[in-house]
Design a protein around this ligand. Structure first.
Ligand code: NAP
Length: 285
């Protein structure tokens, strides 16, 4: 039975996920490298600890939600030996295909179960327990992680039993999310720089066949000049690189994602790395 969950990483996503786990009645212990981001979770009912090894010591399920594969590997190399033998590692950070392989091998070295579980959805769905979990791994581990996935998500898609199937779908989904964000930025920049009101772009597509709720969401952010991060630009650059690698591995032309990666990197280098990825709109000037 799963009752105790450790969450390693309480950034934008991990903090919301930890709150959803507490709300579902699970015993939640959290750790974050910068303690100030974990501390407020004590008011929500989580146990906040100063060391990842302490966080995982009694965990039935360990959830990692850190920036990239190097961060996850660094933390779990320290923590894995301290997990109970029955513990299952649910890896929710976006780490790509090679990254997933590397982390699954790390879990295997310690004889711990590993479920690849990247998520779809940003800050608000994480806070509301409405993420979509893209799970893959041995089906016999499913009952152990399902209470966790039910708490953080509105839906779990079991993509397959191969390590990395969750990430295969996640990268396809993020290729769509990143492309539509960059395309929205391009349309807004083009309208603006040709001298028409860019709001008219969003108003004109609204409700029609070419409309998209995501274009409306990110377009509104761009026009309001409010780039409070929901999906940070630095993370989007990282994901674009992972998608380019996956396209190459699949034998597909990476040209579109390379262009998106270039635009997002340009905006990040211009000082917007910590802002929402909608700040890609700055790359067009
Ligand atoms: P975030 O707010 O930037 O949080 C990143 C977390 O990683 C923080 O806890 C940070 O710790 C930690 N970290 C970074 N480098 C570290 C290291 N070397 N050692 C230990 N901890 C380290 O990012 P996020 O948006 O929550 O994203 C987390 C993961 O979820 C990423 O893989 C991202 O791609 C994925 N994701 C994000 C979204 C989204 O919309 N935001 C959606 C789906 C998936 P500090 O606080 O100390 O810096």
């Amino acid at each position: 039975m799963t009752s105790s969950v450790a969450v390693l990483g309480t950034g934008i996503m991990g903090a919301g996920m930890a709150r959803s786990l507490v709300k579902a009645g699970l015993d939640v212990t959290v750790w974050n490298r910068s303690a100030d981001k974990a501390r407020p979770l004590a008011d929500d009912g989580a146990k906040v600890v100063a060391d990842p090894t302490e966080a995982v010591s009694g965990a039935d399920v360990v959830v990692t939600m850190l920036f990239d594969v190097d961060a996850v590997a660094e933390v779990m190399q320290r923590a894995l030996a301290g997990t109970p033998e029955h513990a299952v590692w649910a890896q929710t950070s976006t780490v790509g295909l090679a990254g997933t392989q590397r982390l699954a091998e790390l879990a295997g070295r310690y004889g711990r179960g590993y479920i690849d579980a990247p998520v779809l959805g940003t800050k608000q769905p994480a806070e509301q327990g409405k993420l979509i979990v893209l799970a893959s791994g041995p089906r016999e581990l499913a009952p152990r992680v399902e209470p966790v996935f039910e708490a953080i998500g509105s839906k779990t898609v079991w993509v397959g039993e191969r390590v990395g199937d969750g990430h295969r779908l996640k990268l396809a989904l993020n290729s769509w999310v990143l492309s539509i964000t960059a395309a929205t930025g391009q349309a807004i920049a083009l309208a603006r720089d040709l001298g028409v009101d860019p709001q008219l772009f969003l108003d004109t597509i609204a409700g029609g066949g070419t409309d998209s709720p995501y274009a409306q969401l990110k377009g509104k952010t761009m026009l309001a000049d409010d780039f409070t991060p929901a999906f940070g630009l630095a993370g989007a650059v990282k994901d674009a690189e992972l998608i380019v690698d996956a396209l190459r591995e699949a034998g597909d032309d990476p040209a579109l994602m390379q262009a998106v990666q270039h635009l997002m990197s340009t905006a990040a280098a211009a000082g917007h790395a910590d802002e929402d990825m909608a700040a890609v709109v700055y790359a067009f000037r």
